[in-house]
Design a binder for this molecule. Structure first.
Ligand code: PAJ
Length: 342
C-alpha cells in the first residue's frame, strides 16, 4: 500500500493503472475510519482490481469552524485499517494541495440539495460536490463507493455524476450499525458515555416509524410524529429534522403507498447525528394504491400492466437513491434517475 499526497502524483498513478487495463475504485472519506468505511472498501474490492481510499477532512463542507477543528484525525490508525482491508493507495492531500491560493470554482446540484440537511447546512453539499469532483479528477476511478447512511449525499453525487457525464459508476452500500442499532459514524467517538446511551433514541425512532408504516399507516405526518415522540422522550436529544420524502427525488410525499425515505438529524450533546430508513408500506396499502391508480394492478399471469404499477414495482425493489440493480442506463427516467454507470 502506498500513500499519495499530491493530486498530480495521484493522476499519474491512475493513468499508469488504467494503461494496464486495471479497474480503479475510489472510496472517498474524511478519515477516522470505522467498520462502515471498511464495508465500502470491501465492496470496492469486489468490483475493481485497484482500490483507492481518499482521506481528506474537507474544510469547505463544514458549516461550523469548531466542527471542522474537532473532527477526529487518526491517520495512523486509518492507514492500518486500509492496509488490513487490502487498499492499494491512500490519497491524503493537504488542504493547500486541494485548495491552492486563488481557488474559486464550485460544483452545485440544485433541487436535491435544498431539503433535509440542505436546509440547516447551507453550502454543505456544494462543498461535498466540489471536493468529490476534485477527488474524481485526481483518482480517475471507474467507480466510486458511497454509504446509504448519508442518503442525500449519495443521491446528490449520483445526480452530479450523471448530469456532468463523469463516466463513473456510483455504488451505494447499506448502513453498518452497532449492535443496538446506532449507525457507525466518525462523530460517535465524540459522544460521552451518557450521550452514547441517549443516541439510541435515533434507531428507536426509525424502527418505530418503520413498524407504523409496515402495519398500515400511510399518513406521513403520523409516521413522522411517531419518530419525533421517540426523540422527545430522550431529554439529552434535540431534534433538528425528521421528514418523510421520496427516496429518489427527495420531494415530499402525501401518502406512504410505496417505499419512502425517513431522514432524521438529531443533536445529542455537541454531536449531530444523521440517519435514515426506507419505510416499506403494508402490502395491503400498496395493493389499494395500485387499484386506485387505474384498477389494473396485476394480470393474474403477468407483469404489472399500468405505467404507475410498473413504476411502483420498480421502486419496491430498489436499494439506495438512484440505484436499481436491474436498471440499465437506457431505461426511461420515470423508473429511476441516476444511471449507475455512464
Ligand atoms: P465520511 O463521513 O468519512 O464518510 C465516507 C463514506 O462512508 C460516505 O460515503 C458515508 O456515507 C460512508 N459511511 C459513513 N458511515 C457509514 C456507515 N455506518 N455505514 C456505511 N457507510 C458509512 O461522507 C463523507 O465522509 C464526505 O462527505 C465525503 C464524501 C468524503 C466528501 O468529503
Amino acid at each position: 500500500m502506498q500513500t499519495i499526497l499530491e493530486p498530480r502524483t495521484m493522476q499519474a498513478w491512475a493513468d499508469a493503472t488504467r494503461a494496464r487495463g486495471e479497474r480503479i475504485a475510489l472510496v472517498p472519506t474524511m478519515g477516522a475510519l470505522h467498520e462502515g468505511h471498511v464495508a465500502l472498501i470491501a465492496e470496492a474490492r469486489r468490483r475493481a482490481k485497484r482500490v483507492v481510499v481518499s482521506i481528506f477532512v474537507n474544510p469547505i463542507q463544514f458549516d461550523r469552524r469548531g466542527d471542522f477543528e474537532r473532527y477526529p484525525r487518526t491517520l495512523e490508525d486509518d492507514a492500518a485499517r486500509c492496509a488490513a482491508a487490502g487498499v492499494d493507495v491512500i490519497f491524503a492531500p493537504s488542504p493547500r494541495a486541494m485548495y491552492p491560493e486563488g481557488f474559486q470554482t464550485a460544483v452545485e446540484v440544485a433541487a436535491l440539495t435544498v431539503p433535509l440537511c440542505g436546509k440547516t447546512r447551507p453550502g454543505h453539499f456544494r462543498g461535498v460536490t466540489t471536493v468529490v469532483t476534485k477527488l474524481f479528477h485526481a483518482v480517475r476511478p471507474h467507480l466510486a463507493v458511497f454509504g446509504e447512511k448519508d442518503w442525500q449525499q449519495l443521491a446528490v453525487v449520483r445526480r452530479m455524476a450523471a448530469d456532468l457525464d463523469f463516466g463513473i459508476e456510483i455504488v451505494g452500500v447499506s448502513t453498518v450499525r452497532e449492535a443496538d442499532g446506532l449507525a457507525l459514524s466518525s462523530r460517535n467517538r465524540r459522544l460521552s458515555a451518557e450521550d452514547r446511551e441517549a443516541a439510541r433514541c435515533v434507531p428507536r425512532a426509525l424502527d418505530a416509524a418503520a413498524e407504523m408504516a409496515a402495519t398500515g399507516e400511510t399518513r406521513p405526518a403520523m409516521i413522522v410524529g411517531r419518530a419525533k415522540m421517540e426523540i422527545a422522550a430522550c431529554p439529552r436529544a434535540r431534534l433538528e429534522y425528521a421528514e418523510v420524502r421520496d427516496p429518489e427525488t427527495l420531494e415530499e410525499v402525501d401518502e406512504v403507498t410505496a417505499p419512502v425515505l425517513l431522514g432524521v438529524a438529531v443533536w445529542v450533546g455537541e454531536v449531530r447525528l444523521i440517519d435514515n430508513r426506507l419505510l416499506a408500506p403494508a402490502e395491503a396499502e400498496r395493493e389499494s394504491a395500485r387499484l386506485a391508480q387505474g384498477g389494473a394492478a396485476r394480470a393474474p399471469d403477468g407483469p404489472p400492466k399500468t405505467r404507475e404499477a410498473e413504476r411502483e414495482s420498480a421502486r419496491a425493489g430498489r436499494r439506495g437513491p438512484g440505484a436499481s440493480e436491474a436498471r440499465s442506463a437506457a431505461e426511461p427516467r420515470e423508473h429511476w434517475t441516476g444511471p449507475r454507470d455512464r
